[in-house]
Design a protein around this ligand. Sequence first.
Ligand code: MRU
Length: 348
Amino acid sequence: MSFETIAWQDGKVKMLNQLLLPAEIRYELYDDFRQVAEAIRKMVIRGAPAIGIAAAMGIAQGALTLPNEREGFLKGLEEINAVMAQTRPTAVNLFWAIDRMKRLTLRLLEEHDVAGVKERLVQEAERILQEDIEINRRIGEYGAQFVRDGDTILTHCNAGALATGGYGTATAVMRIAKEQGKKIRVLADETRPYLQGARLTAWELMQDGIDVELITDNMAGHFIKAGEVDLCIVGTDRTAANGDVANKIGTYMVALAAHANDVPFYVAAPTSSIDLSLEHGSGIPIEERSAEEVTRVGNTVIAPTGVRARHAAFDVTPARYVTAIITENGVASPPYPFTLAPLVRKND
Ligand code: MRU
């Protein structure tokens, strides 16, 4: 890739600042876990898998600063985990990463001293990053079978390299299809209000020479109905055991339009984005962000001063509108209550 979403660099967490893209390519270096948490909250880094990786690195960084005495270390780690857990509620990868780091710590402490555990936490965070890139490639390999030569794919938000350790989930399917010699075209929804589609997906696909056209969110239904879209592929922040999919606000409307026009609607997701503890999507916490992100576009105010506004950042698409869920362990088709869990449990 021509850019790095996130990396561990000499004890610091390095992130491409996604608030500035595409106007400016600037990397931030954070040497305090609180800064990493703030970067997640402010969306310097965003996208469910990338949030998980950032949290793991932040935890590793915070752990390095803790005392080498066992009790103080464990207490400090709990505090760091609590700060991370407060950043963004919907992406389950955040909680998955916190849990993975915590379980590893407790296991290692049975045999090692705290100094040794700290070193292993850094290695684990780096491993989560490397694994994520490999997982995405596997998602792409499973997903490319659904893409035919000449297809137009509609995507929403950014489920790309910028939302992951690299390569992306939905974009992995596009990348592998292209590697297989298929000619594809992508319609990218701009994704109000944060504009992940316009600012990030369009930029990232152009970097990779993938044919992309930008549309506003309210054009998606029109192009789907007009027969211009062969399939939709999106990512997810959290998918429940029954296949209900939480993803960026606006995904539900895309799924409805796809369903009404017999266009397949695929979700590309690492198994770390599947939350088997939730039976239905109704249990998924939906982040509400600041109304200012709706009343402004960038720094430009677009609404009357004082108007009240709402900003739900995610919606839940019912499983019945989801054609298949493409994971690194294979493809789940309905009925999801029977097909999703076995794919997640393959990791055990
Ligand atoms: O608010 P964001 O930008 O973090 O939301 C990101 C999305 O909704 C993505 O589609 C999702 O995290 C999947 S990324 C592979």
